[in-house]
Design a binder for this molecule. Structure first.
Ligand code: HEM
Length: 213
């Protein structure tokens, strides 16, 4: 794209400088709230459960956002949105790590043997752990230097695992809630993530792009 076109397209190509720090701060708000609630004794009757569930919810919400960025950037012709993927992806990893630490610390008392036994015994924990391992692979390969070292093609192939992670996340949530109340939320996340995966199928992507233009 020529410089004049680039200038005319303005923020659609590159966001103004304040956008990323603002989004970064917004992503820290759930963490800041949980920290405040923990110190102010506002985590409810079961603080451990509140911490585990609330961080788990933010992981799923973050995954939805990350998967929305690319189709949204195509629909509203704003390539700058794609530049937010790395930061949001790393926030997903931050919240899943908090989720795992809360579970390991408050549910399992940091007993490694008990944690391994639980991962083997309870399928919803097995699936969550698998998603965590895959997310770790994406997080460690996110720095630009690693992308260059791996080569764009291999990096892209690996990062397609985000779809598997989203599916495992919903399955984890489904298994965890099965037989309990409030199942509507599981369907909601399942539908949103299912739709986001569907629109990545080339023929569907072409159709939605044509419909949006
Ligand atoms: C991508 C990975 C993961 C996602 C998306 C995820 C998401 C969630 C969600 C949405 C919930 C339910 C929150 C609610 O009820 O509102 C949850 C609960 C939970 N997750 Fe995860 N999770 C992930 C990984 C893990 C891992 C690695 C572990 C531990 C090894 C884990 C352990 C738990 C536990 C113990 C609960 C609470 C169960 C209960 O309260 O009965 N999760 N998770």
């Amino acid at each position: 794209m020529t410089e004049s076109l680039r200038r005319r397209a303005g923020w659609r190509i590159r966001f103004p400088r304040w956008v990323k720090p603002t989004i970064f701060t917004a992503c820290l708000l759930p963490f800041a709230y949980l920290l405040w609630a923990a110190f102010a004794n506002q985590l409810g009757a079961n603080p451990a459960e509140t911490l585990i569930r609330s961080t788990g919810d933010w992981v799923l919400r973050g995954l939805c956002l990350v998967l929305l960025l690319t189709p949204l950037s195509n629909w509203i012709q704003t390539p700058a949105l794609v530049s937010l993927r790395r930061m949001l992806g790393l926030f997903v990893y931050f919240y899943v790590t908090l989720h795992l630490i809360s579970y390991a610390l408050f549910d399992m008392g940091l007993d490694l043997v008990a944690i391994v036994a639980d991962v083997i015994k309870r399928p919803f924990i097995t699936v969550g752990m698998l998603a965590f391992v895959l997310l770790t692979a994406l997080a460690v390969t996110s720095p630009h230097a690693v992308v260059r070292k791996m080569g764009g093609k291999r990096w892209k192939q690996l990062h397609r695992a985000v779809y598997v992670i989203a599916a495992l996340g919903v399955l984890h949530f489904f298994w965890m809630r099965s037989g309990k109340q409030n199942f509507a939320e599981v369907w909601l996340y399942g539908l949103i993530l299912g739709a986001l995966l569907l629109i990545r199928i080339p023929i569907v992507a072409r159709y939605t792009r044509r419909a949006a233009s």
